[in-house]
Design a binder for this molecule. Structure first.
Ligand code: FAD
Length: 351
């Protein structure tokens, strides 16, 4: 049986909920399909010690401030999950779970959304599937010969799983620095980064990053010179555990090794380090495979967008994947504005 809805939002994480909030305000009929069994999107899957890099009030979706977490200036991931679960209830957002979208197809004036539990016919789609579900692993020689354990950020949970082991953490971004700091006390740690780590000043947290992203957006909107935004400030937010490990001298980065060998890794000059495990904190890519039937992807894998709208398919909006779908859109506080714009454009399209 085919069901119908004016708009189908794919993904029920923070981006899908922000879209739902604005669609509801505009009186548009919509449904949110989410592959998870429970609320919270990717926040349900992060490592145990992860805390937000902004205080609660600066980590809020439209309409409802995140309440502070008792005893923590920077809330933990469980607090975010609870906030999102409360948010979708409070605004009575029409979520269907677990429903995995397999493909979005053109069907005359409609889009057809095929899922693992039936088909939807719709006038517009907002894709808000995030990146957590598509971990990126760089190509490297010897990946198959290494005899230890290899995992990605997405699979890392806690230092207890590696106590006393020789662990190599790869990556100079926030995940790499935080996981290295997490492991620095209980493991024999090697932290490998492509370039020397660039820590942001200690007093910079998510608030300042959001201000920098906003200043960039304003400059670009006004046709002024690109301020460089967040990237110009550094790569790593010096959250408390990172700062502490760094100041105790536990976070010394080595350059990237060039290949894996059966017992560990090897650098270009032949130096080797033994390892029981390698944790690849090498980022994520947008989870867009459900959009493949629309054949919109350009040479570098991205779909060209005008704001949040797909440049070559006006019935499709992309939300929350990164700056190419709205400055700071991959953050709790930043997704509200592009969500509002997407909802408005769709409401206009439906008229
Ligand atoms: P997700 O949370 O990934 O939600 C997408 C949803 O879509 C999921 O439920 C998924 O199951 C579902 N889905 C995927 N594919 C399909 C499909 N085919 N069919 C149906 N459903 C599907 N942001 C901040 O604001 N502050 C921070 O401190 C912060 N820290 C971060 C730390 C880390 C380590 C990371 C990785 C990110 C951090 N972010 C932070 C960024 C951002 O807030 C999160 O990445 C956020 O989870 C993105 O939300 P989303 O809704 O776009 O995607």
């Amino acid at each position: 049986m085919t069901r119908t809805s004016q708009v189908v939002v794919i993904g029920g994480g923070q981006s899908g909920l922000a879209a739902g909030y604005h669609l509801r305000r505009l009186g548009v009929d919509f449904v949110i399909l989410d592959a998870q069994t429970t609320a919270g999107g990717a926040w349900q899957r992060t490592w145990d010690s992860l805390h937000l890099f902004s205080p609660a009030a600066y980590s809020s979706l439209p309409g409802r401030l995140m309440p502070p977490q008792a005893g923590a200036t920077y809330p933990d991931a469980q607090h975010v999950v609870e906030y999102l679960a409360d948010y979708e209830k409070r605004y009575e957002l029409p979520l269907e779970r677990p429903v995995r979208v397999l493909g979005v197809h053109r069907d005359g004036p409609f889009l057809r959304v095929e899922t693992d539990s039936g088909t939807w016919r719709t006038r517009a789609v907002i894709s808000a599937t995030g990146t957590w579900w598509r971990p990126f692993l760089p190509a490297i020689r010897g990946r198959d010969v290494f005899g230890g354990r290899q995992l990605h950020t997405a699979e890392y949970r806690s230092p207890q799983d590696f106590a006393g082991q020789r662990v190599i953490v790869v990556g100079g971004g926030n995940s790499g620095a935080q996981i290295a700091a997490d492991l620095a006390h209980d493991t024999e740690l090697t932290w490998s980064t492509q370039r020397p780590p660039r820590f942001l000043a200690d007093d910079i947290d998510g608030r300042a990053l959001f201000d920098a992203a906003t200043a960039r957006r304003r400059a670009l909107d006004a046709g002024r010179t690109d301020t460089g935004g967040v990237a110009s400030l550094g790569d790593i937010v010096a959250v408390a555990p990172v700062r502490e490990a760094r100041d105790r001298g536990l976070l010394k980065a080595s350059p990237m090794f060039t290949r894996l060998v059966p017992g560990g890794v090897e650098w270009a000059d032949g130096t080797r380090a033994e390892a029981d495990a390698i944790i690849w904190c090498t980022g994520f890519r947008p989870a867009l495979s459900h959009l493949s039937p629309l054949q919109l992807r350009g040479p570098r894998g991205h779909i060209a967008t005008l704001g949040t709208r797909a440049a070559d398919e006006p019935r499709l909006h992309l939300l929350g994947y990164g700056d190419w779908t709205g400055p700071a859109s991959a953050t709790l506080i930043g997704v509200g504005r592009p969500a509002r714009e997407a909802a408005r454009e769709i409401a206009d399209l439906l008229q």
